[in-house]
Ligand binder design. Structure first.
Ligand code: 13P
Ligand code: ZN
Length: 275
């Protein structure tokens, strides 16, 4: 029995590899965090380091995450290496009682640190935990190629991105009926981008970072990866449509079609984004 046999760790590694195989994680691009259940922490505890490491302040704070444990990718680590070399690529961190600092309890070997986007993940976990009454556990950031490409040509508004994505693949309005948020270009890492993203995540399950990538959330690995995959697939279709037609779109999914899907599938579409 190894820590890698425990489902939350196994699933984490699998999701990193799935993202790598999609081409969303060049070099050290992207990061993943998972908020563990009490049972999962208990199952992993026998593998924790004997001596705990130093507490590190995050520059952000969230009371509802005090005492939680997260599995996280390491800063500067490659998703490509997570599967063959997890001990150097990922780790488990504990959050202190004030909800403002972390310390490594397993993994991140030889001085590695949690992702530089840990403050963004942390604030998004806090907001999504509240928004979903505790159901949300996964936050995932990837450099999804076609989503990034669209941030060069579409107006950087929640409305423009939500409509373009809903219209480019029929399942989108069912998967994210509230739409997606869009953050302007910002310096990666640290608390500014963390606060801007977490404002969006109060309303949406996903946020686009202009000229950078995608942030998504969900209750488990499958749903979260599926959300990123759905958004990126839709963006890919829209990029192809615009490229093929020189910008001409002859027909699309109209607002009344979107309303009909919402009615049949029993989801509440964000009416602010419809005509
Ligand atoms: P990390 O290697 O620190 O996770 O940073 C990668 C990234 O995508 C920053 O946005
Ligand atoms: Zn990034």
């Amino acid at each position: 029995m190894e820590i890698y046999d425990i489902n939350c760790v196994k699933g984490f590694i699998r999701m990193c590899n799935d993202g790598w195989l999609q081409g969303w994680h060049e070099r050290n691009g992207g990061n993943l965090t998972y908020r563990m259940t009490e049972d999962e922490v208990a199952a992993c505890r026998p593998f924790f380091d004997e001596t705990a490491r130093e507490w590190v302040n995050m520059g952000v704070q969230a009371e509802n995450l005090a005492g939680e444990y997260f599995i996280t990718t390491g800063s500067g680590k490659y998703f490509r290496n997570v599967n063959p070399d997890p001990i150097h690529s990922i780790g488990i961190v504990e959050i202190n009682a004030s909800g403002d600092s972390w310390r490594t309890v397993w993994g991140l070997a030889e001085g590695a640190k949690p992702t530089s986007e840990f403050p963004s993940h942390f604030m998004n976990h806090s907001v999504r935990k509240t928004a979903t009454s505790g159901a949300n556990r996964v936050i995932y950031h990837c450099h999804a190629t076609n989503v990034i490409a669209l941030t060069y040509i579409l107006p950087l508004t929640d409305r423009d991105f939500s409509r373009a994505l809903w219209q480019s693949a029929t399942e989108c309005s069912v998967v994210f009926p509230e739409g997606v948020g869009v953050c302007p270009w910002m310096v990666p890492g640290g608390s500014d981008i963390a606060m801007a993203t977490s404002e969006k995540m109060k309303l949406y399950q996903a946020a686009v970072w202009a000229q950078h990538g995608l942030f998504v959330s969900g209750p488990d690995y499958d749903t979260t990866f599926g959300l990123a995959h759905t958004i990126e697939k839709s963006a890919e279709i829209y990029v192809k449509v615009l490229s093929m037609g020189g910008g001409l779109i002859r027909q699309t999914i109209e607002d009344d079609n979107l309303r009909a899907i919402a009615q049949d599938f029993g989801v509440k579409l964000n009416e602010d984004f419809l005509h």
